[in-house]
Design a protein around this ligand. Structure first.
Ligand code: SF4
Ligand code: SF4
Length: 393
């Protein structure tokens, strides 16, 4: 009898709510089968029930099909609490490592739900190279265009960006990339949602999921003291740097949106002064993004080796790096717009922004969207009667 069989039978003999037998695992990928294996052990143990949403969702299932595994993997925030608390973690023979098993499945979901799938697979294999090559290639293209248009060095009176690249040209370049990112992400999240529809979303479920997304509730370790990163100590640093990055990105996006409204509705084109709304939003968002991404990169370097999937690390660092390059080049552009380097800085910034949006549907950003969808699925599911009906016997 395997150690897993023994554990499950012991739990059943103690009268716990654990399954009385081991449910056969349906054919899945190796990573998905590993999640199903560790969750069967967790379902017998249940020590981590209060840590996050994954464990209460797990207890509503006795076996774990492909769709269950993908849902639970995207519900996991990789806080590490269940690894550092686990008595069956390596070097125990059960080798239970929930965060890594979940991370490996999430990596698969990036390409499984991605649209078009070939781009998802390409990014999964070469995330870091692709992101850097795209940012570098696009920046070079913009530099070449600037050099042909009026010169790459020398400055422009009043720091006017549109003297380097006319407004309509920038719109023509960005609109397709932005619309492609929205379309690809929309198709991806629709595929994820349709893999298992939990029911209709009530207002209460939507409100709870929104609250949990905006607060990153499940990076608090379940006790409010924060997650584990490098070791057994709890830290709020990951949650704070995530918040700085997320809200910094939103402020930058809001700055661009307000500037667009100014341009088209008020007939007030850029450049804007330091006390205008687009500038205030852009500066505060840019600073938050720089601090947040530098902090996330530092934490990523220090992450406990058992807690991460090494194949995913280049993708994570590519996304953090592109966000940092976008924010830092945006701030440098603001400071240096009156200098001779305006066209050069503008080319680098535009290349970084386009590369960021073009790769968004295939990596860490997509995970944020899938995780939000998984939190909404959970908020709907928990309001419904359990399918197990264990109390009706
Ligand atoms: S991670 Fe370990 S301690 Fe937590 S429920 Fe699973 S088996 Fe139990
Ligand atoms: S790593 Fe954190 S979020 Fe993921 S399953 Fe474990 S406790 Fe839950």
């Amino acid at each position: 009898m395997s150690p897993l069989d023994t554990l499950v039978r012991e739990a059943a003999s103690l009268g716990g709510a654990a399954p009385a037998r081991v449910i056969p695992i349906q054919p899945m990928t190796g990573s998905e089968a590993e999640v199903a294996r560790v969750l069967q052990i967790c379902n017998a143990c249940r020590y981590c029930e209060g840590f996050c949403a994954v464990f209460p969702a797990m207890t509503r299932r006795l076996d774990f099909a492909k769709n269950d595994v993908n849902f639970l993997a995207n519900l996991c925030h990789n806080c590490g609490a269940c690894l550092h608390a686990c008595q069956y973690a390596p070097p125990h023979e059960f080798a239970v490592n929930v965060p890594r098993a979940m991370a490996e499945v999430r990596l698969g979901t990036y390409s499984e739900y991605a649209w078009p799938p070939a781009l998802g697979r390409l990014y999964q294999r070469n995330g870091l190279t692709l992101a850097l090559a795209l940012a570098g290639g696009l920046a070079l293209f913009m530099m070449l265009a600037a050099a042909l248009h009026g010169g790459l060095w020398g400055g422009v009176e009043g720091g006017n960006f549109y003297a380097v690249f006319p407004h309509n040209l920038m719109v023509a370049l960005f609109a397709p990339v932005f619309l492609f990112a929205v379309l690809a992400l929309g198709i991806g999240v629709r595929r994820f949602w349709r893999s298992e529809v939990p029911g209709t979303a009530s207002a209460a479920a939507v409100a709870e999921a929104t609250h949990d997304v905006l607060r990153l509730k499940y990076l608090d370790g379940g006790h409010g003291e924060g997650c584990n990163n490098a070791d057994d100590r709890f830290t709020q640093a990951r949650r704070r740097f995530h918040h700085l990055t997320f809200y910094g990105f939103l402020l930058c996006f809001a700055a661009t949106s307000v500037a667009t409204l100014y341009h088209y509705l008020l007939d007030w084109p850029a450049p804007y002064g330091y006390t205008t709304l687009p500038k205030l939003l852009g500066i505060s968002g840019g600073v938050m993004l720089v601090v947040g991404t530098v902090g996330l990169f530092w934490l990523n370097l220090r992450r406990h080796a058992l807690q991460q999937d090494l194949r995913q690390r280049p993708m994570d660092r590519a996304f953090i790096g592109l966000l940092l390059l976008t924010a830092a080049s945006g701030l440098a552009l603001m400071v240096g717009k009156g200098s001779a380097a305006l066209a050069l800085l503008l080319s680098v910034h535009l290349g970084a922004v386009m590369a960021l949006f073009a790769t968004m549907p295939y990596g860490k950003f997509a995970h944020g969207i899938y995780r939000s969808a998984a939190l909404l699925k959970w908020a709907i599911e928990k309001r419904q009667p359990s399918r197990l009906q264990l109390g009706d016997d």
